[in-house]
Design a protein around this ligand. Structure first.
Ligand code: FES
Length: 182
């Protein structure tokens, strides 16, 4: 009888250690393998930071068409997460406000090869310094190698008057707008 008790205890102890070892092994494999799996399965896409960033009050955004054409640029801090490492990154977006108050936010990244384009006030056009792609204030490409117009970003008005933007990253050098991350 005593011998049976001893065997039962030994058996459950062995099962416990076996389960604990498998659990620990799985956790370690996940921790070490997650970035690899993520980069293979998601082809480098990062979809875990999908948060809207607050830009400014809508009433602080000037009309972009009068008295001269002029878009506004707003900066914000976004939290980037690559696997388990979080980094604060300063980003900015261009915002165009039409006379009827309609707002459009543009990614600051040129859709050709990823340079940051600028606003040229003399020509009233966006111009990319890298390969001279030229875009209208509405984001249409009018010359240069850029295969598509400027990429618009989703916006939301919250708390009555605050403009929020969802910063998205897009595939470069292709005619379609394809989201590859946030
Ligand atoms: S990166 Fe902008 S034109 Fe090439």
């Amino acid at each position: 009888m005593e011998n049976n008790d001893h065997n039962d205890k030994e058996f459950s102890r062995r099962n416990f250690f076996k389960a604990a070892t498998v659990g620990l092994g799985t956790a370690i494999a996940f921790l070490l393998g997650y970035p690899l799996i993520d980069s293979i399965a998601g082809k480098g896409k990062i979809f875990i930071n999908k948060t809207y960033a607050m830009l400014t009050s809508v009433k602080n955004i000037p009309n972009s068409f009068s008295p001269v054409k002029k878009p506004s640029k707003f900066g914000f801090t976004k939290v980037d997460q690559d696997a388990f490492i979080k980094t604060n990154i300063q980003e900015d977006v261009w915002v165009v406000k039409k006379p009827d108050e309609e707002l459009t936010a543009f990614s600051p990244i040129c859709p050709h090869l990823g340079c940051r384009y600028k606003w040229n006030q003399d020509q009233e056009l966006f111009i990319c310094p890298c390969h001279n792609s030229v875009f209208t204030i509405e984001g249409k490409v009018i010359s240069g190698p850029a295969p598509r117009g400027l990429d618009t970003l989703p916006t939301e008005i919250k708390s009555g008057d605050m403009l929020y933007v969802l910063y998205e990253r897009f595939e470069l050098g292709v005619p379609q707008k394809i989201i590859i991350g946030y």
